[in-house]
Design a protein. Sequence first.
Length: 302
Amino acid sequence: MPGDSGLREETNSGGSGNGGRVASPIIAIAVALIIILVIAGGVFVNDAVKPQAQGFSNTTGMDADGLYQVSTIDALSSGIYDGIATVGEIQKHGDFGSGTFEGLDGELIALDGKVYQAKSDGSVKVAEPSMTVPFAEMKFFRQDMVFDIPGGKNMSGTENDITGQLPSGNLVYAIKTSATFPDITVRAIPKQDKPYPPLLTAASQESIFHLKNSTGTIVGFYFPDSFSGVNVPGYHLHFISDDRTKGGHVLDFTGPGTNLTVFADTVSTVTITLPTKGDYLSANLSMGSSPGGIASIETKSR
């Protein structure tokens, strides 16, 4: 009968419906899992292929507070100017630093991930990745402290005020400050030819630039006396102007009349790469620690 037929059709349909009701949730769950996996996979892929954010990369094997140094200041003072690392290589170890180039060809300033060469003719250019360095110090700058110190002082007075704010004089610090300096004196040493003279002799050929009302950043490091021979005890500062047209090793400056804001980053580990061939192997490295060594070069013309 039509009614029976309709009932049977409904019953048959209901039988199929029960299977559908059982299968549908399973299918829905499976689809959901697939979607989740696809999304997660996309995230992983994106993380794998996207460029690393500027900053510390643990692929170097260093910790976030580590400093990477090429050679020693005694080696540089003794006339060991052959490059042993490229600019491209040292950039893997930091976005902030200082140093010099092969043959003592100008001053190296690293800031915000770029490396600059301030030459003895007064020019400043971005350093090529293939250029080599005989001495450099690099760090990923991540400030641990920020403080204001009185302005209007010279370099020596400013350094004393910074030291008074540091937690300990026995640690290494990266130091950065930006301002418009009424006066700042910088120098750059011209490229030397072999046989290389000691640094004290090479520095006698330095070009000195007296900059007026120059806005820029001082990039530098503080090392305790215990690092004598390894690096410069006390402060070693370089400068680069905001327009990237002026820079060099800082000999002296007058701070702005207002307070000077200083950013400091504590260094917990120091990794040093030494030359393994060439003049370094037979050099007399005591020259840098002599009274006429690095100390007199650092304070010269102040």
